[in-house]
Design a protein around this ligand. Structure first.
Ligand code: SAH
Ligand code: CA
Length: 213
């Protein structure tokens, strides 16, 4: 399922701030050299993350699921002066590429990459957080939410990607695969959690946005 249409995406890109040269190069290198390049956030979602971060002006950002670092670099654009971003990925094969791009960015000294399993590392990283972006293994979204929600500052923002899962969340639940079931359960869980107000933004593959009350 394509939503919105490729033409609408192209039009939206035309009338949005362009990607920086560094982000465009990272996107090109990812598509040329890395497995599963569709996982990279891309232009419109990257600008969305940048906008949310600039509105929030976070002092502390946590990202779960770095991949090649595109979304981390977008989120870092909104960091408050002296703010830091911690990002976690389990795939050590991506580490040198991520560090190469982080080092070339204006945020080199404020980006902290951790290689390891986020289910183990998230509880070890000290909060509080002003912005959390969940974009790793879908089966553990609820685990990550539970691990960070009480470490969010009041007014803190939690964003989770791919919560529409290419529209598979609309299928008959008896036919769900494990990831679709986990994402649907995650959406229902956060929508009914009294600690947050949620908005499922149908941007690209679905961004669940929660504000900590
Ligand atoms: N946020 C990136 C895309 C992330 S893709 C962007 O928007 O550009 C998902 C990433 O989650 C992959 O790189 C994968 O290695 C990582 N991942 C999967 N399971 C994980 C786990 N248990 N702990 C940490 N990272 C994990
Ligand atoms: Ca994603």
């Amino acid at each position: 399922m394509d939503f919105p249409s490729p033409e609408i995406v192209a039009y939206s890109e035309q009338f949005s701030a362009p990607e920086s040269e560094l982000l465009a190069e990272l996107q090109r290198e990812t598509w040329a050299k890395v497995l599963m390049p569709r996982m990279l956030s891309g232009h419109i979602q990257g600008r969305t993350l940048s906008l949310l971060s600039r509105l929030k002006r976070p002092r502390r950002i946590l990202e779960i699921g770095t991949y090649t670092g595109y979304s981390a670099l977008c989120l870092a654009e909104g960091l408050a002066e002296g703010g830091v971003l911690h990002t976690i990925d389990i795939n050590d094969e991506l580490e040198s590429m991520v560090r190469r791009y982080f080092d070339r960015s204006p945020f080199a000294d404020r980006l902290h990459l951790h290689i390891g399993d986020a289910t183990r590392l998230v509880p070890e990283l000290p909060g509080p957080w002003d912005l959390v972006f969940i974009d790793a293994d879908k089966e553990n979204y609820a685990v990550y939410f539970d691990a960070v929600v009480d470490a969010l500052n009041p007014g803190g923002l939690l964003v989770a990607d791919n919560v529409l899962w290419s529209g598979k969340v609309l299928d008959d639940p008896s036919t769900f695969d494990a990831e679709t079931a986990a994402l649907h359960a995650f959406n229902a869980k956060v929508a009914s959690d009294p600690r947050v107000d949620s908005l499922l933004l149908p941007v690209r593959d679905g961004l669940m946005c929660c504000v900590r009350l």
